[in-house]
Design a protein around this ligand. Structure first.
Ligand code: F6R
Length: 642
């Protein structure tokens, strides 16, 4: 899936933009990698080279550093270079961008803690060279404190290199919308969206501080070199606005447009909204692959408001596709595209027995397939593909649901206590008593005790059985892997390990599936869904020589938030109004995730509402293109192994 070979050749050094047709809309130099890991390694290499260069010059190297999920792999690589290649940090002086206010350094949510955990504790940087805004300064001291932070950077000769992430508000550091070009280090009030994004690590928005100390726009812009990291689909919109929009205080990152040595390092998902990727035919002549034709035609229908079969030569010509028309006329293009989309629709996701399957998404044989549905959390199966799940069971396939993680951190203390108290009422036990005590006396760090986590995991198991039974599945076909990478008790998870892969390999080898369904969610490359997908890929890779794997197809569904683009869909499973209701009821079985879920995000709709709207939207898009009209549709893309 990831072309790491090509990634290795990408050069991230700064180049002035605007020289090439393809960057005509862009105002900031950027490079796009398929794999954010390789991209992070490249950035770490640039930092390491700078540190070594300064060592050669017997000078200090002054780094501006960021926290958040984006730079984690960069720090991991720097630590590896220190341990394995002897990269020394003795000449490094660091200034962190920001810190919450108020915030104690020993709080696990502090940026002080983050930086020590990810970098400083593992390298030889002298403690006195580390500068992180102090979240304990009292309100009457903050002005003087911020001025002194600014002065210290200056005394060290300014920042040689500034590493940045970007918030969905367009903030850099915590310079939220409205920040002034000339702003220096100061106290700011966090934007609501920023607090929503931080809520999962604080286990709820109410625990997220309202203020922070941040370096200003002018502080950041004075850095001699700036590299901003952007990973995942969640960042795609703000990346486009920042790179292609006008400079505006409403998107503070746009201030970077006139920095003369700034590079955005992105992964493919974060770069999807850029004009040269989204609508390349508006930028330059294209090589018209089948994929690009489909993408362009869906866009053309949306832009003109027409169905596929009513697109005319003029529509193509007027919208940047004259070169496509030169190769093929509108009539042919339209018919081919219509048929292609028509062939994605099937009410037989496991294949239609005794039918010609030439133009069907799945094979007709074997008529009864063994199917694994991997569900990252205990509920993604019904949320993301409840309708398809239902059809597979009804059509007689041997369906197995495999829950990859326990999902225990998403159960609230209120729910856990309720169940523990019920258990106490039935049979008083030390264990239940311990759980109730542990919840009522939860300590500062807010990590659940192992017993509480165990109970929370069991609650999710119970809910999952309720849903799978409702869908007509026997309990033997329901499996819980509790992958170890997830079991940290906090939002921050461990890296995938051989133990995780071994559990995945074991279950796949046991079931020997003809079909695997997995969450192909790329919205957050560090999120649980992506890690679970990596685990599926790694297990399939390990098993690729097994005979049964040669006959196994992998279908990817999307999570609760994003859906595949219409032109990407390879199987669309329509749902009747009755099936929509059945899916809704199955989602309702996951009671601990209903109403006020712990990790709501900025979308206040419940999961069943998001799923229904998304499925209805897909059906409406097919209808708008001139295909049959259905109540709802679930969509899948087939992953082809190399
Ligand atoms: C962190 C910081 C922020 C983050 C931004 C992106 O020190 O100042 O600007 O870089 O919020 O956060 P992630 O990387 O978690 O998406």
């Amino acid at each position: 899936m990831k072309n790491t070979l090509q990634d290795a050749k990408i050069d991230i050094s700064h180049k002035p933009i605007g020289q090439f047709e393809e960057t005509r809309f862009e105002k900031i130099h950027n490079v796009i990698f398929q794999d954010s890991n390789i991209a992070s390694i490249k950035v770490a290499e640039e930092i390491a080279n700078l540190i070594k260069k300064r060592q050669g010059q017997k000078r200090k190297c002054v780094l501006g550093l960021a926290t958040g999920s984006s730079p984690i792999r960069v720090y991991e690589e720097l630590v590896r270079m220190h341990k394995e290649e002897g990269l020394s940090f003795k000449n490094v002086v660091t200034f962190n961008l920001d810190e919450y206010l108020p915030m104690e350094p020993n709080n696990i949510q502090s940026y002080f803690y983050f930086m020590h955990e990810h970098l400083f504790n593992h390298v030889d940087i002298p403690e006195e060279n580390i500068h992180i805004p102090d979240g304990t300064v009292s309100s009457d001291e903050t002005t003087a404190y911020c001025l002194s932070y600014e002065r210290k950077i200056k005394e060290h000769g300014g920042l040689d290199f500034q590493l940045l992430g970007i918030g969905r508000t367009g903030h850099i550091g915590f310079n939220e919308p409205g920040s002034h070009l000339n702003s220096g280090t100061r106290v700011i009030t966090l934007d609501h969206i920023t607090r929503v994004d931080a809520a999962p690590s604080f286990l709820g928005i109410d625990n997220v501080p309202r203020k922070a100390i941040t370096m200003g726009i002018s502080t950041v812009k004075k850095a001699k070199r700036i590299v901003l990291l952007g990973w995942g689909q969640n960042k795609a919109d703000i990346i486009k606005k920042t790179i292609e929009g006008e400079i505006s205080s409403q998107v503070p990152a746009t201030y970077l447009q006139d920095h003369d040595n700034c590079t955005f390092v992105l992964d493919t998902s974060a770069g999807t909204e850029l004009t040269r990727n989204k609508t390349p035919w508006l930028v330059d002549a294209c090589t018209w692959t089948d994929e690009l034709k489909s993408k362009a035609m869906v866009w053309l229908c949306e832009t003109t408001g027409k169905t596929i079969l009513s697109l005319t030569d003029k529509d193509y010509n007027d919208n940047g596709m004259a070169d496509l028309l030169a190769q093929e006329d509108a009539y042919n293009l339209n018919i081919k595209m219509f048929n292609k989309l028509q062939h994605t629709i099937t009410g037989w996701p496991g294949g239609k027995p005794n039918a010609d399957d030439t133009n069907r998404p799945e094979r007709a044989t074997p008529a009864q397939k063994r199917v694994i549905i991997f569900s990252p959390h205990p509920d993604d199966d019904v949320i993301s593909m409840g309708g398809t799940f239902d059809r597979l069971v009804e059509q007689g396939h041997d369906v197995h649901i495999v829950y990859q993680t326990s999902g225990n951190i998403a159960v609230s203390d209120v729910d856990a206590r309720k169940y523990a108290e019920i258990a106490m009422q039935i049979t008083p036990s030390n264990e239940a008593e311990k759980i109730i005590k542990s919840i009522t006396e939860k300590n500062e760090t807010r990590i659940d005790s192992p017993e509480v986590r165990n109970l929370k995991g069991k609650i999710r198991r119970g809910e999952s059985y309720a849903a799978t039974r409702y869908m007509g599945l026997n309990d033997e076909n329901v499996h819980f892997l509790d992958l170890p990478f997830y079991e940290t008790g906090t939002i921050k998870k461990k890296n995938l390990s051989s133990d995780d892969i071994a559990l995945m390999v074991e279950i796949i080898s046991k079931i020997k599936p003809h079909q695997i369904y997995a969450a192909g969610d790329l919205a957050d490359p560090h999120g649980t869904h992506k890690v679970c997908l990596d685990a599926v890929f790694a297990a399939c890779e390990e098993l690729k020589k097994e005979a049964f794997m040669k006959d196994c197809w992998l279908w990817l569904y999307r999570g609760a938030w994003h859906e595949w683009d219409i032109n990407e869909i390879e199987m669309a499973v329509p749902m009747s109004p009755g099936q929509v209701l059945k899916k809704r009821n199955a989602i309702f079985c996951h009671q601990s995730q209903k109403d006020g879920v712990m990790f709501q995000g900025d979308d206040s709709r419940e999961f069943w509402m998001r799923a229904e709207e998304r499925n209805r939207d897909t059906a409406n898009k097919y209808k708008a293109l001139g295909l049959s009209s259905y109540a709802a549709m679930e969509a899948f893309v087939r992953h082809k192994f190399n």
